[in-house]
Design a protein around this ligand. Structure first.
Ligand SMILES: Nc1ncnc2c1ncn2[C@@H]1O[C@H](COP(=O)(O)OP(=O)(O)OP(=O)(O)O)[C@@H](O)[C@H]1O
Ligand SMILES: [Mg+2]
Length: 369
């Protein structure tokens, strides 16, 4: 999967932009606030129709304009033109000028894996942030996962609302509650199994990537779930035991909506013990592992974006990470500091200089080693 070219109209600080990309490595450089992240954000929005920056569609449109257009030529077996149109009235997506009415159908066509400095939240933040990231990772590999997750969330809301009504009416058993619980557990078990399988598979790669980047080999993700090692019957018993607490809180206290996962290095939780650098290395190892899982499932790599990854890493780490990039993947890297990249001699790549929402220089570099 590669992006051959990109055209932007009124996206963020780009009023107009047309650019051809290198099929392997694109290095986007420029000062703070010049538009580097905006450019990779445009690629991300082209693939996923929404930003990774928790931004509303309105903030993506150039200030004062009404409509924004992102258009990219994507090569994957054949060439296809992808378009995302953003406006105050919502968004439209097209492939080869044909409107795609289902966004979920569109977003499976242009898979992207991204590193962004905020991703450190995957380690540092709350379980809910970690579940969100995990959900995005799994849905990239399994299209049914999001559907079941939505079902689960609907059932959870219904169950919580019903618990509240039971509490008001002073009841502590109900056939309807049993039906809701049983359905919730069915969806929950599917989600549990997907998460367990995904984490087991990620762990298969994680160690060796972490070793290559940091020199330490022991990194593992542990998954924590109320459903762990239990049959449906055993889980239903748990809900039975919990019923008084559920009723008094008016909410469901156990289930996959309380799952968590943690990164452990040498038996210690990186959330509590890890340095910023170790946490960053763990996240980047996770991203590389995701790439491999995607390749195993789909036969080719997704597009890989590394936004501001290298800012606080030393030269040796930069070198170690670049060495890990697979041959047949298209990567986009942003940096404020081109001097950090001496090791790029062994790559063929394009450097792209950005200033105030414009491309001011493009150079294709031959491999020198
Ligand atoms: N909707 C918009 N319309 C016009 N300009 C915008 C819009 N949204 C953001 N900008 C501008 O884009 C610039 C930020 O761009 P971007 O985040 O890409 O910077 P960057 O090059 O990645 O910087 P850094 O090195 O700090 O990460 C800011 O100057 C901001 O004002
Ligand atoms: Mg940036």
């Amino acid at each position: 999967m590669k992006i051959e070219s990109l055209k932007l109209i009124n996206f963020r600080n780009y009023e107009r932009l047309e650019i051809n990309f290198h099929s392997i490595l694109n290095l986007i450089y420029g000062k703070n606030g010049s538009g580097k992240t905006n450019l990779v954000e445009a690629i991300y929005v082209l693939g996923l129709t929404r930003s990774f920056r928790n931004a509303s569609d309105k903030t993506l449109i150039y200030d004062g304009k009404d409509v924004s257009k992102i258009e990219g030529k994507i090569v994957h077996k054949s060439m296809n033109l992808f378009t995302v149109l953003l406006s105050k009235d919502g968004k439209k997506v097209k492939v080869n000028d044909h409107k795609v009415s289902k966004i979920s159908e569109y977003i499976s066509k242009l898979p992207i894996i991204l590193f962004h400095p905020d991703d450190l939240r995957f380690i540092k933040d709350t379980p809910s942030t970690r579940r969100k990231t995990l959900n995005i990772s799994i849905s990239l590999l399994n299209l049914d996962y999001l559907k079941v997750l939505n079902q689960y969330n609907v059932l959870l809301k219904q169950r919580n609302a019903y618990l509240k009504s039971m509490m008001i009416n002073n009841r502590n058993s109900s056939d309807y509650l049993d039906i809701l619980t049983s359905k919730l557990v069915d969806s929950g078990l599917y989600i549990y199994e997907c998460r367990m399988k995904f984490i087991t598979n990620i762990n298969h790669y994680l160690k060796s990537f972490y070793e290559s980047i940091s020199g330490k080999e022991d990194l593992v993700i542990r998954y924590f779930s109320d459903y762990e090692g239990k049959t449906k019957e055993e889980i239903l018993e748990l809900y039975q035991k919990m019923i008084q607490k559920d009723l008094s809180f008016g909410k469901t206290n156990i289930g996959v909506h309380t799952d968590d996962l943690r990164f452990f290095q040498d038996g210690k939780d990186l959330k509590d013990y890890g340095s910023e650098g170790q946490q960053k290395n763990a996240i980047i190892s996770y991203k590389f592992s995701e790439l491999e899982l995607f390749k195993v499932k789909n036969g080719s790599y997704p597009i890989f974006i590394l936004d501001d990854l290298f800012s606080e890493l030393d030269e040796e780490k930069v070198h170690n990470i670049l060495k890990l990039l697979p041959q047949d993947i298209q990567t986009f890297i942003t940096t404020t500091n081109l001097a950090l990249f001496p090791s790029l001699d062994s790559f063929e790549y394009k450097s792209i200089a950005v200033k105030d929402g414009k491309i001011v220089r493009e150079d294709v570099h031959e491999r020198r080693k």
